[in-house]
Design a protein around this ligand. Structure first.
Ligand SMILES: Cc1cc2nc3c(=O)[nH]c(=O)nc-3n(C[C@H](O)[C@H](O)[C@H](O)COP(=O)(O)O)c2cc1C
Length: 202
């Protein structure tokens, strides 16, 4: 099984969701041999002018051998080759960190991963499980939520746009607590993920 792990946290391997991603990988490797491709979204640049031109003038030929177009092709290939996708990310200002937004802008690409027709946008990727792991300092879901959440509906919409509809979200919320409290939260979500993978759905 090819697993693509997109890590969007500035805290890199110290991140709560990176830890959770490792739990998923360990769990999946009990079932079959796994190969993991790790993309560090925090190293991705913003899109360049050639990319913007190519998306906005699809009939013309464009040099795709360098810049954002080449990077986009590479990131799209990683996504196509994956059997299972894990996106690990903090919430930043109610939404995606800019690193993850950059990854989205490279892979959600008109004429490549979705087509536009009079009836709307249609994804072209084969569906596969996408596990989106989100951590946040406060709470954004459930009864104790006190802030907006533009992260989860947005990720659902953009992944669906390219054909990835099998999306599961797992959240670690309230990470501003004590070290012990955060560790307990992470363990609790690790158990949820294990239960989900054992009884499901992949
Ligand atoms: C720039 C920035 C913006 C943030 N915005 C939010 C926010 O809108 N809501 C929230 O609950 N936490 C917010 N946080 C806190 C992080 O989501 C939280 O620390 C998270 O657990 C970090 O996850 P990680 O361990 O995966 O890096 C923000 C943190 C930073 C650095």
């Amino acid at each position: 099984m090819n697993i693509l792990l997109v890590n969007s946290s500035p805290r890199q391997h110290q991140s709560c969701t990176y830890l959770l991603a490792q739990t998923i990988i360990q769990q999946l490797s009990k079932e079959s041999a796994v190969e993991v491709t790790e993309t560090d979204a925090t190293k991705l640049p913003h899109l360049d002018a050639d990319y913007s031109m190519a998306v906005c003038s699809p009939g013309l030929m464009h040099d795709e051998s360098n810049g954002s177009l080449a990077l986009s092709n590479q990131l799209i290939s990683e996504l196509i080759n994956a059997d299972f996708v894990i996106i690990a990310s903090p919430m930043h200002n109610y939404s995606l960190p800019s690193a993850l937004k950059s990854w989205v802008d490279h892979v959600v690409r008109a004429g490549r991963t979705f087509n536009i027709s009079p009836t709307g946008k249609h994804g072209v990727l084969n569906d596969k499980p996408v596990y989106v792991l989100v951590s946040s300092g406060g709470r954004f879901s459930g009864k104790e939520a006190y802030q907006a959440d533009f992260f989860t509906p947005y990720m659902k919409e953009v992944m669906t746009t390219i054909g990835l509809k099998n999306i599961q979200f797992f959240t670690i919320e309230g990470t501003v607590g004590s070290h012990e409290a955060v560790r307990e939260k992470i363990e609790s979500v690790q158990n949820q993920v294990k239960y989900h993978l054992e009884n499901a759905l992949v």
